[in-house]
Design a protein. Structure first.
Length: 407
């Protein structure tokens, strides 16, 4: 993690107003009928899923909880052109949705297996030759229910889908509203579904275009510590692939610390996906001899929380040459890497509440599934072997003791 002791509280006023969830999609289908390239805002990063029995390629979008008493209105716009002009080109485009028998909840998945097609309802919107670049628009409705998932389905050969968008809104017994999720994103859903997803409902009639859900902290924003300890340009990052790292910070005001912001860097720019981590707050054992050789250290564990996927936002930062130090080997290297990222955690349920000096430790969950915090590392990415190593970075200035690690 690239910055030790930043525990920053971002205070936000909640406001807003609208209705439809807006998603995007794009794809390139080659002459063999396969999606050669594609993406969007759908499930698993906009992945296109293939159903061999029917030949359809689907991209799924979460729609909120199943509402058998509701209905769904959908607007789709897309531009389609041949991939290789002059070669035969044909497209079929359909709207899909999960049936009333499919309900997996917010942590579940859409019907993506070949055997799941029995839970898919399909409505063909376009079946035509592709002779040039042309824009299409479709307005339709699912009148008998509001499904949990909707999708765009495509099949054919030699075409490119550009600027695809799908706006979908459920009209049911409970109106939708803006919902701020823990990772700082906003979705339009019901208040009940928002709470099930550990989000904060913004109130009836609110709109994601105006709801202040962003979780990103920037210099100049409010905070709740001695001062924001931002990373030092050209600093030295400390590996935590062999032990936990801890650093002290002072909570400058009473009340909850419900936002956390810190930085992580990667040795030799070998980045990995962060599946989650523990954050533990400890009491402070004061420095016993002032400016002598001894130093303060973590005491009793006061609060701990695991943050998994969806609980945080990870953002790339401008590249900066950084050194690297591994306390396990005592070796260090100048200009080891330039890649680093900011991690933002907002709206923490049941947050830590205190004032004074505290220590914060970060690490992955134990492999046995227990709730205790144990020394581990990002090189194991919470149990999965990885060639990458992560570390905290040197700060511009520090308020108390230096970062520590167990020997």
């Amino acid at each position: 993690m690239r910055r030790n002791k930043d525990a920053l509280l971002v205070l936000i006023l909640l406001c807003g107003t609208v209705q439809a969830t807006q998603d995007t999609f794009f794809a390139t289908v080659n002459t063999q009928g396969a999606v050669a390239q594609g993406g969007g805002s759908g499930y698993q990063g906009g992945q296109w899923f293939f159903y061999p029995s029917s030949g359809w390629w689907n991209q799924w979008f979460y729609n909120g909880p199943l509402d058998p008493a509701g209905k769904k209105t959908i607007n789709i716009s897309v531009r389609i052109r041949p991939l290789q002009p002059g070669a035969p080109s044909r497209i079929e485009l359909a709207l899909n949705w999960s049936s009333s028998q499919w309900s997996t909840g917010t942590t579940g998945s859409p019907p993506i297996k070949a055997s799941d097609e029995q839970f898919i309802v399909r409505k063909t919107l376009l079946s035509d030759q592709v002779t040039g670049s042309k824009a299409y628009g479709f307005a339709t409705e699912i009148s008998d229910l509001c499904p949990e998932w909707v999708s765009i389905d495509i099949r054919g050969t030699n075409f490119v889908i550009e600027d695809g968008s799908i706006d979908h809104v459920c009209v049911g017994t409970e109106p939708q509203q803006a919902c701020c999720l823990p990772d700082g994103t906003c979705v339009s859903t019901t208040a009940a579904d928002c709470l099930r997803r550990n989000g904060i409902p913004q109130g009836p009639g609110t709109d994601c275009s105006q709801a202040p859900c962003s979780c990103r902290w920037q210099e100049g924003d409010d905070h709740k510590m001695h001062w924001p300890q931002t990373p030092k340009s050209g600093g030295l990052d400390i590996a935590f692939n062999s032990a936990m790292l801890a650093d002290d910070w002072r909570c400058s005001r009473t009340g909850p610390v419900d936002d956390l912001h810190f930085w992580v860097s990667w040795s030799q720019n070998k980045t990995v996906q962060v599946p989650g981590f523990w954050v533990t707050v400890y009491s402070d054992v004061p420095d016993p001899d002032g400016k002598g050789p001894l130093y303060s250290e973590p005491g009793q564990a006061l609060w701990a929380r695991f943050f998994g996927p969806g609980d945080f936002v990870l953002r790339d930062m401008p590249r900066d040459a950084q050194g690297w130090f591994d306390p396990a080997t005592g070796q260090w290297k100048r200009d080891d890497h330039t890649s680093w990222q900011q991690i933002d955690i907002c709206r923490i349920p049941d947050p830590f509440k205190y004032i004074g000096w505290r220590w914060t430790l970060g690490n992955c969950p134990p492999s046995d599934g227990s709730s205790r915090a144990v020394p581990t590392s990002t090189t194991t990415t919470c149990g999965t072997p990885s060639p990458a190593a992560g570390g905290w970075s040197f700060a511009i200035r520090r308020p108390g003791s230096r970062s520590t690690w167990p020997l």
